[in-house]
Design a protein around this ligand. Sequence first.
Ligand SMILES: NC(=O)CC[C@H](N)C(=O)O
Length: 392
Amino acid sequence: MQKTAKLALADGSVFTGTAFGADGEVHGEVVFNTSMTGYQEILTDPSYCGQIVTMTYPQIGNYGIAPEDIESGGIALQGFIVRELCEIPSNYRSTQTLDEYLKAAGVIGLQGIDTRALVRKIRTSGAMTGVLSTVDLDDESLVKKAQSSPQLVGQDLVSKVLPAEAREWDEGLHPLAHSSSTHSLSGKTVTNMAEGEDQAESNYHIVAIDYGMKWNIPRHLKQLGCRVTILPGNCTAEDVLALNPDGVFLSNGPGDPEPLTYAIETIRNLLGKVPIFGICLGHQLLGLACGCKTFKLKFGHRGANQPVLNHDTKQVEITSQNHGFAIDPETMPDDVEVTHTNMNDNTVAGLRHKTHAAFSVQYHPEASAGPHDSHYLFKQFFDSICQTRVSS
Ligand SMILES: NC(=O)CC[C@H](N)C(=O)O
């Protein structure tokens, strides 16, 4: 039997649809993702902690759930909204349906609402808090709860998703990621060097600081032929330097970067001592450690086709993104420069320190899911590690 679920927003609107996944009630910031595929990677990306995610693509669940496609140990997002849930997936790799997956994970799903109307609301008014419920179906009560639920700004959400302890990472890219590295363009075979070729085993050691890291990132780092050690996001610079790393990676992660003073302090104490590469939250934290400020975007960038201009090559990369905050270019000190710009709204999409080996991007070069245009950034990090070793 079909069960009703409701989403209420802080602006007073209520969307009524059908429940799937688990029963219950959650609150969070309501955001949307425009990717046509990759719902499993989105569900397991810890950066969505504290958020209720709506997919704009109208049918979700059509290729089921494949265990190899998870990006972390579980689902950190609060709730999941789709226009139409596909109940009969077609995929030889699938082991269960999206509905079964969310039920087992205790995550509430809502389907059958006008997701276009919801997205237009968020685009017009900005991201807002909401309540998703299968247990309280009283509109007035739900709206009150949505209005009194906490804002994302100012919260430390990293502490909810960071790993409990350090560990070594040994897994490289999945064979399917390799097979897509060579493709035919107008009859001509094109190979993305950064993903098509494995580096030979090196004796370089990368420490990846995990603020809620997607697993395709350490897979890429491992593919460079490096030893990869993961440290929890609350580690100190002393913890990192005690491992004598050749490079430090700063991961993605959820929420507002500014309250994460412990992480900013660690990065500040590493700058200039070891090459640094940051992605998404890692980019924002590197910017903050260099003296920049961040601000909250109106509704964020979440999707797999965000165009980014690379200032060095003058080429546009199509990128995968998931962020609600950005670096304020007005606050950028003289020793930091912008390397990439988001072409949709001209926000900062990449930065580099002018004197220290440290750079970062606001988007996701590891893709998963998304285009592979930016894989070269892992190679760029590897090159900066090699150069630093040679010159020291
Ligand atoms: N994917 C991420 O690392 C997200 C970064 C940050 N939490 C933001 O929303 O801007």
